[in-house]
Design a protein around this ligand. Structure first.
Ligand SMILES: Nc1ncnc2c1ncn2[C@@H]1O[C@H](COP(=O)(O)OP(=O)(O)O)[C@@H](O)[C@H]1O
Ligand SMILES: [Mg+2]
Length: 265
């Protein structure tokens, strides 16, 4: 049984079919890329999978459970957690506080326990702090753990966003364009860290428009165009797929590539 499965998943906005009869599956332990030109439906698909939008038609199964139409917090509670294209941090809190809060929220301490400072809450807090520090180490944020989130350079803010998602202990982590605004060095470090997250047991679905980053990071890639899956395969298979090249560069370019001298004019 796959960890995640979409069956004939469809999302319409009025006349626009953003996600169109999509079928795909993600197995446990995979790191899968999701690519496609702007407007292909990637973010909409994330929103539908994670419960921020309900699908017009079709089903989402997570670990065999039909989660179609569930609310986001309930889906996150089952272990499907996503990040957003924008950072969602608490700017006036430090890096450590942001992560600790997120660890804390996911450890389900009850508010009354916090207010009464019960022993189990105190133990829970200690465990949250330990989890937070371990996460910061993994994300290479240990040295800036005392900085306010709002003062971090952009690259560190993006990593902190991933940390907040990881604090919820996801089984499937869905990342929406995590490398936006990063330079080449920051991007390759971030991709290496995302691979480590997977190696430690979290399945990853990665949307990223930097092709090289996706190609180097993912084992399998799904390609969307106008809400439909137009290709699926290894980075190599996808990079040489005629439909993918057409979708990205236009039919004209693809036709020219077929000319006998192979020259693109
Ligand atoms: N809330 C919305 N209301 C109406 N149309 C939307 C909405 N969100 C996305 N769309 C449309 O759905 C299509 C897919 O968009 P999106 O999922 O953001 O693509 P991507 O993330 O691949 O760039 C686009 O045509 C976009 O304009
Ligand atoms: Mg998008």
């Amino acid at each position: 049984m796959p960890l995640l499965e979409a069956r004939k998943l469809t999302k319409r906005f009025g006349g626009v079919i953003a996600v169109n009869e999509l079928d795909f599956a993600i197995e446990r332990g995979e790191i899968v890329g999701l690519i496609g030109p702007n407007g292909a439906g990637k973010t909409t698909l994330f929103n539908v999978l994670s419960g921020f939008l309900s699908p017009t038609r079709g089903k989402v199964l997570f670990d065999g459970l039909d989660i179609t139409g569930w609310k986001p917090h309930r889906i996150a509670g089952k272990g499907l957690v996503r990040t957003f294209q924008q950072n969602l941090l608490i700017p006036e809190m430090t890096v450590l506080q942001n992560i600790t809060l997120a660890c804390h929220l996911s450890s389900r301490v009850n508010l009354l326990g916090v207010l009464l400072n019960t022993r189990s809450t105190r133990n829970n807090e200690k465990a949250s702090l330990q989890d937070a520090n371990e996460l910061l180490g993994l994300l290479e944020l240990g040295e800036v753990s005392g900085e306010l989130a709002k003062n971090l350079p952009h690259g560190h803010q993006r990593m902190l966003g991933i940390g907040v998602a990881l604090a919820a202990r996801p089984r499937l982590l869905m990342l929406d364009e995590p490398a936006t605004g990063l330079n080449a060095i920051e991007m390759s470090r971030q991709m290496a860290i995302i691979r480590q997250v997977r190696d430690r047991g979290t399945t990853v679905l990665l949307v990223e428009h930097h092709m090289q980053a996706v190609m180097n990071t993912c084992e399998r890639i799904l390609v969307l165009d106008f809400g439909r899956k137009i290709a699926e395969g290894t980075p190599n298979e996808v990079a040489t797929n005629e439909r993918v090249i057409e979708a990205y560069l236009g039919a004209e370019y693809a036709a020219k590539r077929k000319e006998p001298d192979g020259q693109v004019r």
